[in-house]
Design a binder for this molecule. Structure first.
Ligand code: F6P
Length: 552
């Protein structure tokens, strides 16, 4: 394992020395820290100078990356090798964003034509909706599309549609896109109250088409449509199913079993992982909202990052550098918490998206060959809009006892196209205020008391320790292309860390047991049989649920 390597042992020794030094010392010692630790690519500027490392640290981490075979691993990933070892398949989310004139032959088949056939089918569907030609069973044009999906079949499209809200297609026939994911039906119930069944269509998004959360929502939606429309003149169940459902899955068979019309199925491949799937058919809600041109721009931006990932030397490679900062913090500074702090309200779902991308990919403790790791892997990762988090958990970041790595993310330009001059001035003022807070917070987290002009001794509750490491990612502007490169940056960062840790970022066996046990608990709850097989706590919980049912 990687911790048996010389590079790892040297980093441990190095951490023993450097780990004790404060960030303000490191800045004082290296006048060229900022240019040394800042890189640019694909519309992104990554400033890693507030990480608790030195030039020597980075050199040793790069040696570790070489030792772990990162350069070869990058090639194997992008060329479609079976890097998903436990499921014996490639992980080719990058193939979904290859341009039409590219070619990627994997095991004898060029995948690019199929990728673009899907994009063309998506384009045709989007065109029909926006021309007002997708009509419901009663002949009225569809106006509301509700995506039913969870995890990778929800978070990607949800995050991107919010991030690109400035790019909404407000053409002749606008289409509103909504998302319902939770198995308890909360979101769906709200839509069923508010939407018109005649003009509502459901996109049933599920790679497996077996996820109970999504199938529960889908069954409720189907019965809502049947109940409200089946009695109409000339409307039968088959017409309702055809005109009010689109299926997106890797399983055509299961879509057919559920009743999705063959003409309204979008398929994707087993070699696309759920949390890596927004770039293909799962991205239909994105394309419906922003149009196919902007969706293709998103793909092109991710492809630009893919090219950078493949071509840039490790020392200039943004995903590699971001990954190594994390490795240094987790494995050598024992910093096991990581917070994602976007300073842009359009990225309100970005942290939630990364929670799945990072922790479902790297929340692992067994290497490819089945050995238990004896070092830390993925940290606990969470996040919130930065400005709002300043009023939520920044107290802990500044004066708590936890060391936390923070990622600050902000766009350099905003609001240029606001027409009204006075409003544009105000909003640009708010953008400047937001940047000021973003920069100030990373500065105080780094310097602590040293960030404040010395006004004499302060009582303990007013002192700031500082020395919290952070990265700052500046987007030239939040455009479809730059959002694509931002997302791809994190996808590849996750892959580099997994490569160094020797774990598989593309499977998720850990979520299977919960699903199985939930089935058992559901059977007991519903049949009122088998309670004795449960532990005392679960027994009492089930009995409480029964008692509540008894009262209703
Ligand atoms: O959380 C487990 C998981 O399989 C995720 O990997 C996936 O994104 C989500 O459930 C939904 O799965 P599906 O797209 O098959 O419904």
């Amino acid at each position: 394992m990687i911790d048996e390597s010389a590079a790892w042992r040297e980093l441990e020794a190095h951490a023993g020395d450097l780990g004790r030094r404060h960030l303000h010392e490191l800045f004082a010692a290296e006048s060229d820290r900022q240019p040394r630790f800042t890189r640019h690519a694909a519309g992104l500027t990554l400033d890693l100078s507030k990480q608790r490392w030195s030039a020597e640290t980075l050199a040793r981490l790069l040696a570790l990356a070489e030792q772990a075979g990162v350069p070869d691993a990058i090639g194997r990933l992008l060329d479609g090798e079976r890097v998903n070892v436990s499921e014996d398949r490639p992980a080719l989310h990058t193939a979904l964003r290859l341009p039409a004139d590219a070619s990627l032959v994997v095991e004898g088949e060029d995948l690019v034509p199929g990728v673009h056939r899907t994009l063309d089918r998506m384009a045709a569907m989007v065109e029909r909706f926006h021309a007002g030609q997708w009509r419901g069973a009663t002949g009225r044009a569809i106006r509301d599309v509700v995506n039913l999906g969870v995890g990778g079949s929800d978070l990607g499209p949800l995050m991107v549609t919010h991030a690109l809200s400035d790019y909404r297609l407000d053409d002749v026939h606008p289409v509103e896109v909504h998302f319902a994911s939770t198995m308890d039906g909360s979101q769906l119930a709200d839509y069923l109250r508010r939407l018109n069944p005649e003009t509502t269509l459901f996109v049933l998004s599920s790679k497996s088409f077996t996820t109970i959360d999504t199938l529960s929502n889908a069954n409720t939606a189907r019965d809502w449509l049947m109940g409200r429309l089946a009695g109409e003149e000339g409307v039968d169940a088959e017409l309702i199913m055809r005109q009010h459902f689109i299926g997106v899955s890797a399983s055509a068979e299961k879509m057919g079993e559920w009743g999705i019309d063959p003409a309204h199925r979008l398929e994707f491949w087993e070699w696309v992982g759920g949390r890596y799937s927004l770039w293909g058919a799962i991205g239909l809600p994105i394309a419906l909202m922003v149009g196919m041109d902007n969706f293709r721009a998103l793909l092109a931006g991710a492809h630009a990052m893919d090219r950078h990932f493949r071509e840039a030397p490790l020392a200039d490679n943004l995903p590699v550098l971001l990954a190594l900062a994390g490795i240094w913090n987790v494995n050598f500074l024992d910093i096991r918490a990581h917070s994602i702090l976007p300073y842009d309200g359009r990225l309100e779902y970005f942290a939630a998206y990364l929670e799945q991308l990072e922790m479902e990919s790297n929340g692992k403790s067994v290497t490819h060959d089945g050995r238990e790791v004896n070092y830390a892997t993925c940290p606990v990762l969470w996040g919130q809009l930065g400005p709002n988090a300043q009023h939520a958990f920044y107290q802990l970041l500044h004066q708590g006892t936890q060391a936390v790595e923070c990622d600050f993310i902000a766009p350099l330009r905003r609001y240029d196209d606001v027409e009204d001059a006075a409003t544009r001035r105000h909003l640009k003022g708010q953008h400047r205020l937001t940047l000021a807070n973003c920069f100030a917070q990373s500065r105080v987290l780094m310097l602590g008391d040293d960030a404040i002009a010395d006004d004499g001794p302060r009582p303990g509750h007013k002192r700031y320790r500082g020395n919290q490491p952070s990265s700052t990612l500046l987007l030239d502007e939040l455009t479809p292309a730059i959002l694509g490169s931002l997302i791809a940056l994190y996808e590849h960062k996750v892959f580099v860390q997994a490569t160094i840790w020797g774990i598989n970022p593309f499977d998720q066996w850990g979520v299977e047991l919960g699903k199985k046990i939930a089935g058992e608990t559901q059977r007991i709850l519903e049949s009122r049989q088998g309670l004795a097989s449960m532990d005392a706590s679960t027994r009492a919980l089930i009995e409480a649920a029964w008692a509540a049912e008894g009262d209703s």
